[in-house]
Write a protein that binds this ligand. Structure first.
Ligand SMILES: C[S@@+](CC[C@H](N)C(=O)[O-])C[C@H]1O[C@@H](n2cnc3c(N)ncnc32)[C@H](O)[C@@H]1O
Length: 323
């Protein structure tokens, strides 16, 4: 096993034995649904940097795989929507984390009358070699784990998620990203990498890693400030700004002209006619914003029309639109 993966296992063994409230931080609200109570220890062990829980993915009681269980809070939140035995498979490589997660779920069962711990099946396993059958889950999720992986492992981890998803299934992820160059000292610091501070990559590379393994649709659902690596406390000569993103990658067939990536752009037609039809399946009704993927945004921009406005990316896409 590579050194940085060893360092990661060691760090999360400690984080399982002694909850570390400041380990990862998120400005995403903790979703508390009606009738859902989250045990204090689960909250203390929230080691994610966003949320992978989105209502649009969770109708019809999906079968869910969650990789890198942490204290189990998101497994509990997924179980809220899928209430049947073994609905949620939780995979983790650290025994102590699986043990802590199991205990936290027992606590959760005491305060949530609807919950049966048998909704969640915990399995020892590695994100790089998932103990899960091909095409067997509707939703696969990971929060703040894949950013730790270097290029080769990230590719393997994404291939594994793609393999286990059913056609049309969704990979939901939350991870830090960073648009600035990080020096080699930061990149090669195994401890900072394990802390989710020095592995993050630019958003376009993160998206490319997803489309390279075959995901045909990508949705950027949220993008938020996350951390500063400052010159006083980290080996860097300039402050480095890290953001976090929430992304959904859908196992749709890959379009011939490349994946549809929704980053929150919209087109508005404001010409003389009632609508504009580009002849390629996109109809813009007058003064009605239409969510468009980045490919369509570029194609419409290339028409150079004075009566079509194309917005910047909001990085807040929640469905609907052109494709
Ligand atoms: C930053 S924590 C995130 C925990 C959880 N997802 C959350 O949001 O609170 C990373 C988790 O991934 C687990 N982990 C680390 N390396 C792993 C691997 N190679 N395969 C599976 N899980 C791993 C750790 O034990 C830990 O539970």
């Amino acid at each position: 096993m590579k050194d940085y993966l060893h360092a990661t296992n060691n760090l999360y063994t400690q984080a399982a034995l002694t909850p570390d409230v400041g380990l990862c931080c998120t400005t995403t609200p903790i979703w508390k649904f009606p009738g859902l109570d989250i045990p204090k220890k689960m909250l203390e062990m929230n080691y994610g940097c966003g949320s992978t829980i989105s209502l649009q993915d969770l109708s019809n009681s999906p079968k869910v795989l969650y990789v890198g269980v942490g204290g189990g809070m998101e497994l509990l939140q997924f179980a809220y929507f899928s209430r049947f035995p073994n609905a949620i498979i939780g995979v983790d490589v650290v025994d102590e984390m699986l043990e802590a997660c199991a205990q936290n779920l027992q606590e959760a069962q005491k305060i949530n009358p609807w919950l049966n711990t048998n909704f969640v099946e915990l399995r020892k396993g590695d994100a790089l070699n998932l103990p899960v059958q091909d095409a067997s889950v509707d939703v696969a999720a990971q929060n703040c784990l894949f950013n730790i992986f270097k290029t080769e492992e990230l590719k393997k981890a994404l291939q594994e998620m793609y393999r286990v998803l059913k056609p049309g299934g969704r990979l939901v992820m939350s991870d830090p990203i960073c648009e600035q160059e990080m020096n080699e000292e930061l990149r090669n610091n195994d401890h900072l990498r394990a802390l989710c501070l020095s592995g993050s990559i630019p958003l376009k590379d993160y998206i490319k890693a997803l489309t390279d393994v075959g995901f045909g649709t990508i949705e950027i659902r949220a993008r938020r400030p996350y951390r500063i690596l400052d010159t006083e406390n980290y080996p860097t000569s300039e402050n480095i700004f890290i953001e976090s993103v929430e992304v959904c990658a859908i196992k749709d067939p890959m379009p011939a002209d490349g994946a549809c990536v929704f980053t929150g752009k919209a087109a508005i037609f404001y010409g003389k006619d009632d609508f504009f039809d580009d002849g390629k399946g996109h109809t813009l009704f007058k003064n009605q914003p239409l969510a468009i993927c980045d490919k369509t945004a570029l194609a419409l921009a290339n028409l150079n029309r004075k009566d079509i406005f194309i917005s910047e990316s909001t990085f807040h896409y929640n469905g609907g639109g052109c494709c």
